[in-house]
Ligand binder design. Structure first.
Ligand SMILES: *Cc1c(COP(=O)(O)O)cnc(C)c1O
Length: 380
């Protein structure tokens, strides 16, 4: 059943979002929402089941060993559903952090009363696999290890493969927050031995906000019945209802968002899958950095630590530079950029995921070049 409004009738957005989500989506994704679905009707439940299956096949080279749980809310809700539902009362989690999203996991553990230790790497270094190995060697009471794949705070890509490998060597359960990378950076949960991977609808898959999803290793999830510290964020219960009800959600499901997500998955296939999308994002990001460097900007991270998702740029070294002014001017050029989020340096961020293409980045660079006001304003 197709949406009845033709996409060409939809208005253009006044600007492109160069943020890590919500991000710019295609008109077809938006048009897919122009229909009402009943949350327990068969048509809708079949759509949900097909989405779950597509996600598992995307995430895992061994799809039989994995399953998907869709969960209402933003990405944080899904991370909290995992943290609160998979660590038993006598468990202990090691959380590797190097930015706000890792710290948020630590905050969840604290709120939920889960025994946790935090291994922090600061804001501008990748998480330390060597330290992880040393800790796991001596502290045998640790049961789970959590890490963020792309720390969106800075744009840093963390060595998840190595983290998973070391954690598996010691028999630990591995939780990966791949919110801002899944669908945009190739990753195979089966190959890496990841037990729980979390992402959401409005990041690299280019859907709209409203729900997230957890790719779970079946065997791990099967042992989580009754562990949850929350009713609505009970991962096991949500999964069991979806399995037994053939795509049924507990409580109201974000039907419009789910339909848009299905269209977004089709567009990901049409683009050629995750590898092709990764190539587009990589080209966007490299073009962005090369162009910004030509205009005198410097990146916070060195190239080897940089993800193809979002880039942190240092404020230009000028007393006249103001981020608010820069932001407003760039918005007038048709682009919304993102403030920085770290304490180590004054930065702003530019994302390059979403329905964003090389020509958009080139237009952005032309727009930025017109707005280098601190270079032309007299400093008095
Ligand atoms: C976006 C994001 C989240 C979740 O953020 P929400 O605002 O709750 O959707 C979690 N982790 C990372 C790494 C993210 O980029």
């Amino acid at each position: 059943m197709k949406a009845t409004v033709h996409v060409s009738q939809l208005p253009d957005n006044p600007y492109i979002l160069l943020t890590p989500g919500p991000l710019s989506t295609s008109k077809k994704v938006k048009a897919a929402m122009l229909r009402d679905w009943c949350t327990w009707d068969q048509d809708y439940n079949q759509l949900v089941q097909s989405i779950r299956s597509r996600l598992v096949h995307m995430a895992s080279s061994d799809p039989e060993a994995y399953t998907t749980v869709l969960m209402q809310g933003s990405g944080t809700f899904c991370v909290e559903a995992v943290i609160g539902s998979v660590i038993p009362r006598n468990g202990k989690i090691l959380i590797m952090t190097n930015g706000a999203y890792g710290k948020r996991i630590a905050q969840m553990a604290e709120v939920l009363g889960i025994y946790a230790i935090v291994l922090d790497a600061g804001e501008t270094s990748p998480v330390s696999v060597k330290q992880l190995d040393e800790i796991l060697k001596v502290d045998t009471s640790i049961t789970h290890v959590a890490v963020v794949h792309v720390e969106t705070t800075t744009g840093m890509i963390n060595p998840v493969a190595e983290v998973a490998q070391v954690s598996k060597k010691y028999g630990k359960t591995v939780i990966v927050d791949a919110m801002s990378s899944f669908g945009g950076v190739p990753l195979d949960v089966a190959e890496l031995g990841i037990d729980y991977l979390i992402s959401s609808a409005n990041k690299c898959i280019q859907g709209v906000p409203g729900f997230g999803f957890i790719i779970a290793r079946r065997e791990a999830l099967h042992s989580c019945k009754g562990i949850a510290r929350s009713l609505s964020l009970d991962l096991y219960d949500q999964w069991e209802t979806m399995e037994q009800g053939n795509g049924k959600w507990r409580y109201t499901s974000p039907t419009h968002t789910v339909r848009a997500f299905d269209q977004a998955l089709t567009e990901l296939d049409d683009e050629g899958g995750v590898t092709q999308r990764f190539n587009r994002f990589t080209l966007n990001q490299r073009t962005l950095v090369e162009g910004m460097e030509k205009l005198g900007f410097k990146t916070l991270l060195s190239t080897d630590l940089q993800s193809p998702i979002i880039t942190s740029f240092l404020y230009p070294d000028s007393p006249v530079f103001s981020f608010d002014e820069f932001y407003a001017r760039i918005k007038q050029e048709g682009f919304v950029i993102y403030p920085g989020k770290i304490t180590a340096a004054a930065t702003f961020r530019i994302g390059n995921i979403g329905d964003v293409h090389l020509a958009d980045i080139q237009r952005l660079l032309q727009g930025v070049e017109k707005q280098l006001f601190w270079k032309t304003t007299k400093n008095n």
